[in-house]
Design a protein around this ligand. Structure first.
Ligand SMILES: [Zn+2]
Length: 195
């Protein structure tokens, strides 16, 4: 039953984007009245957020001396399976589980770097109510790396296992010795970090 909502929501995203950017005469989807009035909507071209695409999350990594910062932004649809305000106990439970799973170190680095999680902060996009059509989970992880020069790889398989609706993770990294970007998937959850 819930599966049926995914293509509709995805279609809603695409239609909203295309109608804003290209085709204003296109008939809007039936539920679009909420889209146009939502404050801070991710599709708003003036908004600073990255593109909100269901199934896709963005991870940025930045290493400064021994401190590694990881910031994850993921559509709530890919994390809880819905983005509307929670209506049932099951919805509330799924939000709680998502917050727990996001806090439980879903990212791992090669052991030689000796990176240990020191601080984690996960924002609940459902907090404060509201009737937004789209929401993002934002999580920030701070690691202390004993041998940062040996940081070579990232493993996001725990993240994909915890959130099967997540299909791609775009990774952008900035290390003292190099920078780059790569795309991870459940079938290819590990990234080499060049530095
Ligand atoms: Zn959405």
């Amino acid at each position: 039953m819930t599966r049926l909502f995914m293509p509709l929501l995805t279609l809603g995203c695409l239609l909203t984007t295309s109608s804003v950017l290209a085709n204003t005469t296109k008939p809007a989807p039936a539920n679009s009245s909420k889209h146009t009035t939502a404050k801070g909507h991710s599709h708003d071209p003036a908004h600073s957020h990255k593109a909100h695409v269901h199934g896709k999350a963005l991870l940025t990594l930045a290493l400064d001396k021994q401190q590694l910062e990881a910031a994850l932004e993921a559509p709530a649809e890919s994390i809880t399976g819905f983005e509307h305000a929670p209506r049932t106990a099951d919805h509330q439970q799924r939000i709680l589980m998502a917050l727990v799973n996001l806090k439980q170190k879903p990212l791992q680095f090669n052991t030689e770097a000796g990176c240990k999680a020191t601080d984690t902060k996960v924002d609940n996009p459902f907090a404060g109510g509201g009737h937004q059509e789209h929401r993002d989970f934002d999580a920030r992880y701070r690691f202390e790396c004993a041998t940062p020069g040996k940081l070579r790889s990232l493993d996001a398989s725990a993240l994909f296992r915890a959130f099967p609706r997540l299909k791609t993770l775009n990774v952008e990294y900035l290390l003292p010795g190099g920078q780059g970007s790569t795309t991870l998937t459940p079938a290819r959850p590990r990234a080499e970090l060049r530095q």
